[in-house]
Design a protein around this ligand. Structure first.
Ligand SMILES: Nc1ncnc2c1ncn2[C@@H]1O[C@H](COP(=O)(O)OP(=O)(O)OP(=O)(O)O)[C@@H](O)[C@H]1O
Length: 287
């Protein structure tokens, strides 16, 4: 591992074990599709560059962010974006509490404020599902200023040195808007592809160590063919989702492989022709 990254890992893990937020440290397990994606992402974190993970559903974006949290032993807070996301869900809200019989207004800090102050990782999932007018509030947090003036309290917050932002997007999905240029410009972007070959085998064997070698090979062949048809434009991206494949493997421990793939992969596709194509591909490996 790059010595700068290793050095930073030691510093961050020491700082976080001194805090009480260890429970927010995530599990690791991300398998990099190539030798450099994982290391380059870590270097970007060390250099305090916000990271944007781009990839289809089930390609491991969340797992990658969790593995960064695991690697640095750094707690992670998550935000799931939707059209309902507003400044309060990001920054926090005011509430009335009773303190020894006296009514006082208190500000409950949201995930952005907490992560900035405590030096946590802030994971913003599906950032392109948020309404474009909600996110400019984060511009000063994401660029070299690393600060925010909280509009609800007037407090000026400077980010802790470990504060890290990781965002994820599924590009071109229904309900998403193209990311505003000024926002996109503040991130370094990584494409997160679906795994294949030996890396996919590693993930499968890690999760299902008791599955027979033959069954693992059958699933790898099917996954390879599905990916090929995605590349040929005959199937939509989700047909090659690692999440769906793992779901199918889980079911296949109890029911026939064909039905497992039908429920976990084929039935999720909207197009009937695509569903049929998946099942035809499966048949070629189960004869
Ligand atoms: N490269 C990988 N290494 C380890 N596990 C992976 C990898 N890719 C996918 N997975 C596994 O696939 C499942 C889905 O991954 P994850 O939730 O990270 O996908 P995602 O890209 O965040 O999906 P979505 O966009 O739908 O939120 C998880 O069980 C995850 O562990």
């Amino acid at each position: 591992m790059n010595p700068i990254v290793e050095n930073e890992r030691i510093k961050r893990s020491r700082r976080n074990h001194a805090s009480s937020a260890e429970l927010l440290i995530q599990a690791g397990g991300y398998v990099s599709p190539n030798p450099y994606l994982w290391e380059d992402a870590l270097i970007s974190v060390v250099l305090k560059k916000p990271i944007l993970l781009k990839g289809p559903s089930g390609s491991g974006k969340t797992r990658l962010a969790q593995s960064i949290s695991h690697y640095f032993e750094q707690p992670m807070q998550s935000i799931n974006c939707s059209v309902d996301l507003d400044a309060e869900s990001l920054l926090g809200f005011k509430t009335i509490i009773s303190n020894h019989g006296e009514t006082v207004i208190e500000f409950v800090e949201g995930p952005v404020v907490q992560a900035m102050k405590k030096g946590h990782i802030l994971y913003i999932d599906e950032i392109n599902m948020a309404r474009p007018e909600t996110l400019p509030i984060l511009h000063s947090v994401l660029d070299h200023r690393r600060m925010l003036t909280n509009p609800f309290t007037g407090e000026v917050i400077y980010a802790h040195e470990d504060f890290t932002v990781i965002s994820a997007i599924n590009e071109g999905y229904v309900g998403t808007s193209p990311m505003n240029e000024a926002l996109k410009n503040r991130f370094v972007s990584f494409t997160v592809p679906y795994l294949s070959g030996n890396q996919l085998r590693e993930v499968i064997e890690g999760i299902y160590p008791d599955t027979s070698k033959e069954k693992v090979e059958t699933f790898l062949h099917i996954s390879h063919d599905l990916k090929q048809q995605v590349m040929n434009g005959l199937l939509s991206d989700e047909a090659a989702s690692v999440r769906s494949l793992l779901d199918a493997m889980g079911l296949a421990a109890h029911i026939p492989v064909k039905r497992a793939i039908q429920y976990a992969i084929a039935e999720k596709l909207d197009d009937q022709i695509e569903r049929r194509l998946v099942m035809e591909l499966v048949d070629t490996w189960l004869k």
